[in-house]
Design a protein around this ligand. Structure first.
Ligand code: FES
Length: 122
């Protein structure tokens, strides 16, 4: 089961999407396919526009957390990930709090994806 709930001040109410195997892809792709307005730009892990907070609803489920070098570097630059979180992700499969929606793949688990919207973008 993979219910992905999108939550944001930009949305009138939360949107929950059931992501089936095969059309999962990244959180950003799933959002776009369901008209959820997560801001994005490069779609390649370089700009940080698509920063989201991911809450895992079954924290006991371990899913090898794949952070690309790009995602790690950018999250570090944005001050959104600590060394400890990187270690936990790589060694203990513990998900960090913030992810880049264009780099984070939807897994076989329920999550809440929160984003602020683009108020800070001129
Ligand atoms: Fe640029 Fe995701 S859209 S980092």
């Amino acid at each position: 089961m993979a219910n992905v709930t999108f939550s944001s001040p930009k949305l009138a109410k939360d949107i929950t999407v059931y992501a089936i195997a095969g059309d999962r892809g990244t959180i950003l792709n799933l959002a776009k396919a369901n008209k959820v307005p997560i801001p994005f730009d490069c779609q390649d892990g370089e700009c940080g526009s698509c920063l989201v907070e991911v809450t895992h609803l079954s924290p006991t489920t371990k899913n090898a957390i794949a952070l690309t070098e790009k995602e790690k570097e950018l999250l570090k630059q944005l001050g959104k990930i600590t060394k400890e979180e990187i270690y936990d992700a790589e060694v203990n499969d513990m998900p960090p709090r913030y992810r880049l929606a264009c780099q984070c793949f939807v897994r076989h688990e329920d999550i809440i994806v929160s984003f602020e919207g683009d108020d800070t973008v001129p």
